[in-house]
Design a protein around this ligand. Structure first.
Ligand SMILES: Nc1nc2c(ncn2[C@@H]2O[C@H](COP(=O)(O)OP(=O)(O)OP(=O)(O)O)[C@@H](O)[C@H]2O)c(=O)[nH]1
Ligand SMILES: [Mg+2]
Length: 472
């Protein structure tokens, strides 16, 4: 969903955008999207024809990454179109937390800008910058929290100020207390996440850091470069040119170009408004317009003055005229407010949570010897998930097939062995029987021979007997 567009006003100081109004009634139809992988064997068309409701109207679009998007308009009520309203209700009940840090040399208008941004005095301005004699030894960190309310929406705002920054005699280590404060906040959130009741963890992490650049008109100072280099991995950096009302438009344009070149040269990351696939042209235009103004040339003034044409504005009065804070032709305050408060506060918090804090957490855990399983964090797309499942299924089938083959081969080998054994036994029996038969045959033959012999001997005996009997 596009963020609500800012409503800059040159006349009204309180031009903050109204919170989104919850939809009173559910719309009759609401476009729905679902992703279908092309790699799936089921084609989107098949899926569509399988849709039970004849009331849904659908069309299929293929996008660049090989995924088809099915758009369906549901004409009957499902109810999820009311989710933004539910979200709105919950947000209003719970309120919001926002922690912003301001870093910059003394007297550049940090306190004034915060008061101008949130339309309330935050801390009294310091009487005068430090003299070299009274210069502090370290940068101190001051945190001021307040709960503010606008049209029923509560914001628990914490401003972390860094007085003393740039005032030291030796500013070499000026970044240390600032970075360590940011990291301590990450640490306490990490500790809170590991406690039993995580719902009670307060988010004290810095969501945005406004870095004030002195309006010198030259280029970034070595101190600015060093501090921003140390900070950009830990916070969403938003560089601003302080007190830009003391520079002419031409000077500001040239100074901005030089700062942008310096940031690029030193590879310093600054917060960029995120771009989404479904951004409308208007929203894209707004984002481009905001980004084109970085570093924002700002003017801070919390007091109201009357213009010659009778308007009451927040601004600064000079003999040559009035600089209006909320006038986009005079300074970039409106654009800064759009980025920080009106349109991208949630994105600043999201980036802090999902990228800056996650990186810090991972580094911390790795330093503690806990290795990270990257596969846990990989993006899960339906097509790759299906591909993964298919590969797993294939592997399972292959394993099953190999196991079955092994069992089959084992069984065949066993059978073969058994057959071989019975064949050997048969052979042995056959041999034995043959030998037996041979033996019997031989016995019979010898018996036969014996009988033959006996038979041949017999008639002589008979004849002799006969002879005897005849004589007697
Ligand atoms: N010309 C001009 N003066 C400003 C602007 N913003 C603030 N001032 C003045 O600059 C002086 C210092 O402002 P602060 O807001 O106290 O500055 P700071 O950066 O908070 O200073 P420290 O707290 O000392 O670090 C005040 O007199 C402001 O009125 C601006 O945009 N333009
Ligand atoms: Mg201050």
């Amino acid at each position: 969903m596009d963020p609500p567009s800012p409503t800059p006003s040159s006349s009204s100081p309180s031009s903050a955008a109204a919170p989104p109004t919850p939809p009173d009634a559910l719309p009759a139809s609401y476009p729905m999207q679902s992703s279908v992988s092309n790699s799936s064997s089921t084609s989107p068309a098949t899926l569509l024809s399988a849709t039970p409701s004849s009331k849904s109207v659908a069309d299929v679009q293929a996008n660049g990454n090989g995924t088809s998007i099915i758009r369906r308009k549901i004409t009957s009520l499902v109810g999820f179109s009311n989710l933004p309203a539910q979200h709105h209700r919950r947000s209003v009940r719970k309120g919001f937390d926002f922690n912003v840090m301001v870093v910059g040399e003394s007297g550049l208008g940090k306190s004034t800008l915060v008061s101008t941004l949130f339309n309330m005095p935050l801390a009294p301005p310091r009487a005068a910058p430090y003299s070299s004699a009274s210069a502090p030894k370290t940068v101190s960190i001051q945190s001021i929290s307040s709960e503010i309310e606008e049209k029923g929406v509560k914001l628990r705002l914490t401003v972390v100020d860094t007085p003393g920054f740039g005032d030291l005699i030796n500013n070499d280590d000026a970044w240390r207390p600032i970075v360590s404060n940011v990291e301590q906040r990450f640490d306490s959130f990490l500790e809170g996440e590991n406690t039993y009741n995580r719902s009670k963890v307060t988010d004290s992490r810095i969501h945005a850091c406004i870095y004030f650049i002195a309006p010198t008109g030259h280029s970034l100072k070595a101190l600015d470069v060093e501090v921003m280099k140390k900070l950009h991995h830990r916070v969403n950096l938003i560089p601003v040119i302080a007190k830009s009302d003391i520079m002419s438009d031409e000077e500001i344009t040239a100074f901005k170009a030089r700062i942008r070149a310096d940031l690029e040269h030193h590879k310093i990351n600054i917060f960029e408004t995120p771009r989404y696939e479904l951004d409308s042209d208007k929203s894209m235009e707004e984002k481009t317009s905001i980004m084109s103004k970085i570093p924002f040339a700002i003017v801070g003034a919390s007091s109201e003055i009357t213009t010659p044409d009778g308007r009451i504005v927040r601004g600064r009065k000079y003999p040559w005229g009035i600089v209006e804070v909320d006038n986009e032709d005079h300074c970039d305050f409106v654009k800064l407010r759009a980025m920080l408060v009106q349109n991208f506060m949630e994105e600043l918090k999201e980036y802090t949570d999902e990228v800056l804090y996650e990186n810090y957490r991972a580094q911390k855990l790795i330093a503690m010897g806990v290795s990270q399983d990257q596969s846990v964090f990989k993006e899960i797309s339906p097509s790759s998930k299906m591909e993964e499942e298919r590969a797993l299924q294939n592997a399972r089938l292959q394993k099953m097939e190999a196991e079955m083959k092994m069992v089959f081969q084992q069984k065949v080998a066993e059978k073969e062995q058994k057959l071989k054994r019975s064949e050997d036994e048969l052979f042995a029996r056959h041999r034995e029987m043959k030998q037996q038969l041979e033996k019997e045959r031989r016995e019979l033959e010898s018996k036969l021979a014996q009988a033959e012999l006996e038979r041949h001997a017999m008639p002589e005996e008979k004849n002799t007997k006969k002879k005897f009997s005849l004589r007697s």
